[in-house]
Design a protein around this ligand. Structure first.
Ligand code: GTP
Ligand code: MG
Length: 312
């Protein structure tokens, strides 16, 4: 079973992110049904339909999934052969599809910092989440402001420290987890609210003007590295220090850029929508390709996930 822990500052877009991830699964599951299918348990669908319903109506969801104590749980199924190495204890093959269970939990880095001080009383589900091989840090692009020359403080200094200690904590859990194989942590950074990134920052980070899906290879990683260097130096240091450490290394981060198109001039930010011809209905204007790639990345990692009963 795979699991991913989504972490970010409060308000950084956690709820919107999981709603869009669900939107992408629905789209892949209908438009590419011969290649990808998914199913979810009832409680997961109940939570996500509410969030997805808001996004489809052009609104930002104003409530939260309680996915810190009840992780969202899906079964992802890819056409057999999509990933040559897909196999291992967590993967099942049937009817021409390889499937694996994937759980997503979300938690703010503020809560992470509080929990870090109370190790002993972690609920089982929370502890399992902390042992997730995949971590999805959300970085809020609307907050990437230029440094203020009148003060000495760096924008996002506090967020950076919290994220750095989140990674340190997760490394500790990886090292102490009861799985037999050596563990690696796979960070998949998602830059949220990318539509709200200040233009000066886009220029400073040398972000190409085209949509991320059309960037040449290597650009995501280069932009990501510049972003970490400028705004998240503590986090960057933790990532680099963990390279090659026995039993708890951190893989090179992958980068995804998510922004929603807003209806121009709409008060409170209405989300622009596109109609889903020929399937029918509506969908928010979001970068589907980013989410598709993210879901595929999980497929490439699934052969490293433990079986259902391991590590629990
Ligand atoms: N323009 C734009 N705004 C966004 C985007 N994602 C989120 N927002 C804004 O950020 C607000 C918070 O988003 P949420 O997804 O609720 O973030 P959260 O991290 O779950 O927030 P809390 O649960 O309140 O801590 C939304 O109400 C929107 O106003 C985006 O892609 N583009
Ligand atoms: Mg939320």
């Amino acid at each position: 079973m795979g699991s991913a822990l989504v972490v970010g500052d409060r308000g950084s877009g956690l709820t919107t992110f999981v709603g869009l991830l669900y939107a992408a699964q629905l789209r892949l599951g209908t438009e590419e049904r011969d290649e990808f299918r998914f199913s979810a348990d009832r409680e997961t669908i109940r939570q996500l339909e509410g969030i997805y319903g808001e996004l489809v109506a052009g609104r930002f969801p104003d409530w939260d999934a309680d996915w810190d104590t009840h992780p969202l749980s899906f079964v992802f199924a890819f056409r057999a052969g999509t990933f040559p190495r897909l196999g291992g204890p967590g993967v099942h093959r049937s009817g021409g599809f390889d499937s694996f269970r994937m759980r997503f939990g979300g938690i703010s880095v503020e809560s992470m910092a509080e929990l870090a001080q109370h190790d002993a009383i972690l609920e089982v589900s929370t502890r399992q989440l902390f042992e997730s091989p995949v971590v999805v840090p959300l970085l809020d692009a609307s907050r990437l402001r230029p440094p203020d020359p009148t003060t000495n403080s760096r924008p996002l200094e506090v967020s950076d420290r919290r994220l750095a200690s989140t990674f340190q904590l997760l490394c500790r859990y990886l090292a102490t987890g009861r799985r037999r194989t050596p563990q690696e942590l796979y960070p998949m950074f998602v830059v949220t609210k990318f539509d709200q990134c200040p233009p000066g920052t886009l220029a400073r980070l040398l972000v190409p003007p085209s949509p991320p899906a059309s960037w040449p290879s290597g650009v995501r990683e280069a932009v990501g590295e510049r972003l970490l260097t400028a705004y998240f130096p503590h986090t960057l240091r933790v990532l680099e220090n963990a390279k090659g450490m026995r039993g708890r290394s951190i893989a090179a981060p992958q980068w995804f850029f998510s922004g929603l198109q807003l209806v121009p001039g709409s008060a409170g930010g209405r989300i622009a929508r596109r109609s889903r011809i020929p399937v029918g209905g509506w969908e928010p204007e979001y970068p589907f390709e980013e989410y598709r790639t993210l879901i595929h990345r999980l497929g490439t990692l699934a052969h490293r996930f433990p079986g259902e009963d391991e590590g629990s």
